[in-house]
Design a protein around this ligand. Structure first.
Ligand SMILES: O=C(O)CCC(=O)C(=O)O
Ligand SMILES: [Fe+2]
Length: 257
């Protein structure tokens, strides 16, 4: 059991998390030690969830690239991953992709989704936190200190699209699961926010490579994945203007690395 690793945690810990609150209804959800663990990035398989959930129309247009299962193979089918969480679990404020969006569909149970835009003030706040998965809860500070909060209750079949760079946190109000596709969309090239956010992440990756930021996941790897998605869109696009503007954006972001 211990050798199955989900999101860096032994499977045993994941299962014990699921029963933690059931055994102790008085457990405090603000104490990280008592918060049950979630399993994230569980890949939907062709004969399983992927055959039950169809790609939304919004992601089927020619100006959108959905992250393929194998990022090096655009024909490997859309990659759908699920987060399965027990009641009481909290995913602290985080950014999944500074250069990609995330189309979420609630599969079962209820979750409360908190979002904040990637404004300059909010990204400044994230500098001390981007890439840190564990540690003391940050959600309460975020509610006080970040600007532009929206709160959305997610129930089965509800969908929501997160813009690139969107900071979000999730509370599971019941045992629940949410699935999502990463994607990029040509119209995001029209404003400078995309390049600003990706350059911010490139700066973070650079600091990490210089040994400045400890105990974080590999920030540069996430950025590289987003850069690859944009390259896939450039390769596929028959519009020269789109391909040129992606090339310019990729150059600017790589310069910040
Ligand atoms: O359900 C959760 O706890 C986290 C979900 C999430 O952050 C995501 O799907 O990106
Ligand atoms: Fe997320």
């Amino acid at each position: 059991m211990h050798d199955i690793d989900i999101d860096g945690l032994p499977f045993y810990d994941f299962v014990s998390g699921w029963v933690a609150l059931a055994q102790n209804p008085g457990a405090s959800v603000t104490d990280p030690i008592q918060i049950p663990y979630s399993a994230s990035d569980v890949l939907a398989l062709p004969g399983g969830l992927a055959s039950c959930v169809t790609l939304p129309d919004d992601l089927c247009t020619s100006d959108v690239v959905v992250r393929p299962v194998d990022i090096h193979n655009p024909d490997s089918g859309p990659r759908l991953t699920t987060t399965v969480s027990p009641i009481g679990s909290i995913s602290d404020p985080h950014i999944d992709g500074c250069g990609s969006g995330l189309f979420l569909v609630q599969l079962f149970g209820e979750k409360l989704l908190f979002t904040w835009p990637a404004s300059e003030l909010n990204l400044k706040w994230m500098e001390a936190r981007h890439g840190i998965k564990r540690g003391p809860l940050k959600l309460l500070d975020a509610l006080d200190e970040l600007e532009g909060l929206s709160v959305i209750l997610l129930q089965p079949n509800n969908t929501v699209a997160l813009e690139p760079g969107m900071i979000h946190a999730v509370m599971s109000l019941s045992n629940s699961a949410i699935a999502g596709w990463d994607f990029v969309k040509a119209s995001w090239l029209l404003d400078k926010d995309l390049e600003r956010q990706m350059s911010w992440e490139a700066g973070m990756a650079k600091r990490q490579n210089n040994g400045e930021l400890m105990d974080r996941y590999n920030i540069g790897r996430y950025l590289e994945d987003d850069l690859k998605l944009w390259q896939l869109l450039a390769d596929r696009s028959d519009l020269e203007t789109v391909a040129n503007s992606i090339a310019g954006m990729l150059r600017a972001v790589r310069d910040a690395l």
